[in-house]
Design a protein around this ligand. Structure first.
Ligand SMILES: Nc1nc2c(ncn2[C@@H]2O[C@H](COP(=O)(O)OP(=O)(O)OP(=O)(O)O)[C@@H](O)[C@H]2O)c(=O)[nH]1
Length: 358
């Protein structure tokens, strides 16, 4: 298009073959060479930017060569300026203008100025058509870029929403996992039938309490309780009745002990109560209260009242033992003595129970 415009002007001006050759090179051969070079360059974008600058420089020479015809000069100037804006912003225009003015002034100084500058009618018409087409194509490029940007924003928004939804779901799952962890840890420490702490928890709790006792120099008692002739309950009334008895005893233990006491199901029909900050005297009183209360309240099951009694062994820290094993062993010996001397009674461990196993 540019060659057609300058050609229309040159045809009227009757210029020589050298000018035709130069214009042919600038508007027909050079663009292909520049494009070919850019495509093979390691950095095509950078190469194209340099080509644009060279365009401005060559266009300055062309304008001077033609004697600065107004429409053609304006078309060349605005064409390169717009292309620079498109790729480099306003800063690019300044560089383009500088290159064009520099080459135009240098060429005019060499070739001479032609005043007044005039454009032929055919070249003017072609300039108008060319500029219109160029502006339309630029506007279309801008439109396509804007649409691409809008599409990208829309996609980004959709992705953000999806991410937010996934994040919310993850957080909900995290809360569920935390709840499950609490439940699991709860289950791991509790007996399923009675809801009391189990032996696993007892081991940790008693070790912890003994460390505290040693540090604070305080007292502690453990109470080992066993239901008398529990096998008979199962045999005479069924296993379910036996379960009811176990639950009833658990409820009684929970009701009559302090919140700071730790009540555990130690084995089948054996229960262990840790009594922190308690000396042997009050511990025995508590054991007797439990024994009498439980014996005085038969368990109702299937129309029958099941009367059961307890045998209890009590051991005290540090009197009967200083470690977990020593204390429980002493309480177990006392319990064994309670069983062997007739059941339904409380027996306090003696130093003998402790020393006998040393
Ligand atoms: N129903 C029920 N019975 C259980 C449970 N765990 C253990 N047992 C039963 O408890 C009974 C304990 O019997 P033994 O060890 O002979 O003791 P006992 O009959 O109480 O006799 P002494 O302790 O000597 O008075 C066994 O029959 C076990 O099956 C339980 O969770 N539910």
């Amino acid at each position: 298009m540019l060659f057609a415009i300058v050609g229309a002007q040159m045809a009227t001006d009757n210029v020589g073959p050298a000018a035709w050759a130069f214009m042919g090179f600038v508007f027909v051969v050079y663009p292909h060479l520049a494009y070919w070079r850019a495509r093979r360059s390691a950095s095509p974008y950078r190469c194209e930017m340099n080509n644009l600058l060279l365009d401005s420089f060559l266009f300055g020479i062309c304008a001077a060569l033609l004697g600065f015809p107004t429409w053609i000069s304006f078309s060349l100037l605005i064409g390169t300026a717009l292309t620079h804006v498109l790729y480099r912003g306003i800063a690019g225009v300044l560089r383009s203008l500088a290159a064009m003015v520099l080459s135009a002034v240098a060429s005019a100084a060499f070739l001479g100025w032609q005043i007044p500058p005039q454009t032929t009618d055919s070249a003017t018409a072609l300039c108008i058509v060319g500029l219109t087409l160029y502006l339309l194509s630029l506007a279309n490029v801008a439109y396509l870029r804007t649409r691409k940007l809008q599409d990208s924003r829309q996609k980004l928004h959709t992705n953000e929403q999806a991410l937010h939804a996934v994040n919310t779901a993850l957080q909900e799952q995290l809360v569920q996992i935390q709840l499950l962890q609490v439940q699991l840890s709860d289950q791991a420490n509790h007996d399923a039938l009675t809801g009391l702490y189990n032996r696993r928890y007892l081991d940790t709790a008693l070790a912890h309490e003994l460390v505290r006792c040693a540090r604070e120099d305080s007292a502690l008692c453990v109470m080992l309780l066993d239901i008398d002739f529990f096998k008979r309950v199962n045999d005479d009334y069924s296993h379910l009745a036996g379960d009811e008895v176990l639950k009833k005893l658990s409820a009684t233990l929970m009701r009559l002990t302090r919140a700071s006491d730790i009540v555990c199901r130690y084995g089948g029909e054996e229960f262990l109560v840790i009594l922190p900050n308690t000396h042997i005297g009050p511990a025995c009183e508590k054991a007797e209260q439990l024994r009498l209360e439980f014996a005085g309240e038969p368990v109702a099951f299937g129309g029958a009242d099941i009367g059961v009694t307890l045998s209890i062994g009590v051991a005290s820290y540090p009197l009967h033992g200083q470690t977990q094993q020593e204390l429980i062993r002493c309480a177990d010996h006392a319990l064994y003595q309670a069983k062997s001397t007739g059941r339904n009674r409380t027996v306090v461990a003696t130093a003998h129970h402790f020393t006998a196993k040393q």
